[in-house]
Design a protein around this ligand. Structure first.
Ligand SMILES: [Zn+2]
Length: 283
């Protein structure tokens, strides 16, 4: 009887969670978990801060796989059980804790999925790999596993990152900064208000002067006082291996990265709200 009950519960649970075919893939190991059972310092923080409460209905799973480079990856997947059809948010860097908190808060508000790459709380994973430089043609399983959570939906790719204060050229320690014409090669800064480290990055395969995407979003961002960086992505360019490059060169999806300085949780949640509002006018 005990066995039957357990089986029944597992069946219910597995039907509720959308893993977009990865559960049938021979390349992936899928382990469905209860969110309370995942041991992770980021989740401890969620409970502690009340971003996650026992009332929340969040399904969770761990997906692991080895890509063609030999790198072994584990993704934590969280789904709003009541509203699975919302957007997908991806947090590639395990040391960026406010990005993770923002992602979980976002799926509670907007539904959908949060994917968090597990990497022992570090930015750089085993083998010296930065996951956000690993979207390379040689390792399609890596990119395609993450993109599976976007391809089934009408939302753009949304990622969440945290950055460091100011800009190295101004004596600071970061490279992501809206109040500089060229914060990094391929990026154009547009500053409107608040801290120039809190901003939205979006990308296109054509320069801003010719990009309808730039024309559309820069107008909204200016009107709403949102700082931004526009990335002009070229094949073989400076941003190779970045998820932004992969998405705009290989898919029909738009790419947005919500960036806030470490510690700016409220600002990152606010930026997410504004972006979702702007996107709602489009969808
Ligand atoms: Zn990051």
């Amino acid at each position: 009887m005990k066995f039957l009950l357990a089986f029944f519960f597992f069946t219910l649970n597995s039907q509720a969670q959308d893993l977009f075919g990865l559960e049938h893939s021979s390349f992936h190991t899928v382990r469905r978990t209860l969110i309370h059972q995942i041991e992770d310092p980021d989740l401890d923080l969620e409970w502690e801060l009340g971003v996650l409460t026992s009332e929340d209905q969040i399904d969770s799973a761990l997906i692991s796989f080895t890509d063609a480079s030999g790198a072994f990856w584990t993704l934590q997947i969280f789904q709003n059980a009541l509203l699975p059809t919302g957007p997908t948010f991806f947090v590639p860097h395990d040391n960026e804790n406010d990005a993770f908190l923002t992602g979980l808060s976002a799926i509670k508000t907007y539904g959908g999925h949060l994917i968090s790459l597990d990497c022992a709380e570090q930015r750089i994973c085993a083998g010296g790999i930065d996951p956000n430089r690993h979207f390379l043609p040689n390792y399609p399983l890596f990119s395609e596993t993450i993109m599976a959570f976007y391809f089934a939906k009408d939302y753009p790719v949304i990622t969440l990152h945290n950055n460091h204060d100011s800009h190295w050229s101004l004596g600071g320690s970061g490279a992501i900064y809206a109040d500089l014409k060229t914060p990094y090669r391929g990026g154009e800064g547009y500053y409107h208000a608040g801290d120039p480290d809190d901003l939205i990055i979006y990308s296109d395969t054509i320069p801003s002067s010719e990009s309808p995407l730039f024309e559309h979003f820069s107008m909204f961002f200016e009107k709403l006082d949102i700082n931004s960086i526009f990335e002009y992505v070229m094949p073989g360019g400076e941003l190779g291996g970045h998820m932004s490059t992969y998405v705009v060169l290989n898919t029909d999806y738009e790419y947005f990265n919500i960036e806030a300085q470490h510690g700016h949780l409220e600002e990152q949640i606010d930026l997410t709200e504004v972006l979702l509002e702007v996107l709602a006018r489009e969808l």
